[in-house]
Write a protein that binds this ligand. Structure first.
Ligand code: FE
Length: 224
């Protein structure tokens, strides 16, 4: 079940089923896992707000859809393509990312304090939030599920090269891998390397090549 609505519905159902099940008998087989605390709290909070007429479910869905699919990583891709084609912009991006990103109209919630990390032939940057799921919404939208998962959050730090390999990304031994831990105050965007053989592409064509994963640092940008 991939949609947010479906996820919350399942969480509510499992929680209700879980407690009824636990209450009516007592035995030792493995029960279905009850969803995490935060999921249940979100569900409860949303139900309450809707019941009191303070929020509208359709409005919430529209808001999530905007960040997940419309704003999404295309904004970040435009930033990257501009940096690849405009050296002065790239310089501004690397010295004051928040302002340079705002030049293109991307700012706001979860993007108030941005830092851009440049990948080079000698350095590969990888972004994680070990504590939770801090992520630069204005340029990348909402984080993918794996970004929020415990294995990614712990293993990116312990074994970044192993994690990169699982994403199909080979980083040569002589390339330094730097892992950056996002916080509530600071969000990172990776500036991936421009692939060779793309010299003739327009900024728009370059934008189309840039993936979300390359801006988190788990992938490189490939030529189309
Ligand atoms: Fe976080």
């Amino acid at each position: 079940m991939n949609t947010r609505r479906g996820f919350l519905a399942a969480a509510g159902g499992a929680a209700a089923g879980g407690s009824a099940h636990a209450a009516d008998h007592d035995h030792d087989h493995a029960h279905q896992a009850v969803p995490s605390d935060p999921t249940l709290r979100v569900k409860a909070l949303e139900s309450l707000l809707v019941e009191k007429g303070l929020v509208d479910r359709a409005a919430l869905d529209a808001l999530v859809d905007t960040y997940e699919n419309k704003i999404g990583p295309r904004n970040g891709a435009r930033v990257v393509a501009k940096a690849w084609t405009d050296p002065a912009y790239k310089q501004r991006l690397l010295t004051d990312a928040t302002s340079a990103i705002a030049e293109l109209g991307y700012s706001g919630n979860q993007g108030e304090n941005m830092v851009v990390l440049e990948n080079t032939p000698k350095v590969h940057n990888l972004v994680v939030c070990t504590l939770c799921s801090c992520y630069p919404w204005p340029v990348l939208g909402l984080p993918p599920v794996w970004y929020k998962s415990a294995p990614y959050r712990s293993r990116s730090v312990i074994d970044p090269r192993g994690v990169l390999k699982e994403f199909g990304t080979e980083v040569a031994e002589d390339v330094e891998v730097r892992v950056w831990d996002s916080t509530a105050d600071l969000r990172y965007l990776v500036l991936p390397e421009r692939p060779a053989g793309t010299e003739k592409l327009s900024e728009e064509e370059l934008t189309a090549l840039v993936t979300r994963d390359s801006m988190i640092g788990v992938a490189k940008v490939a030529r189309a």
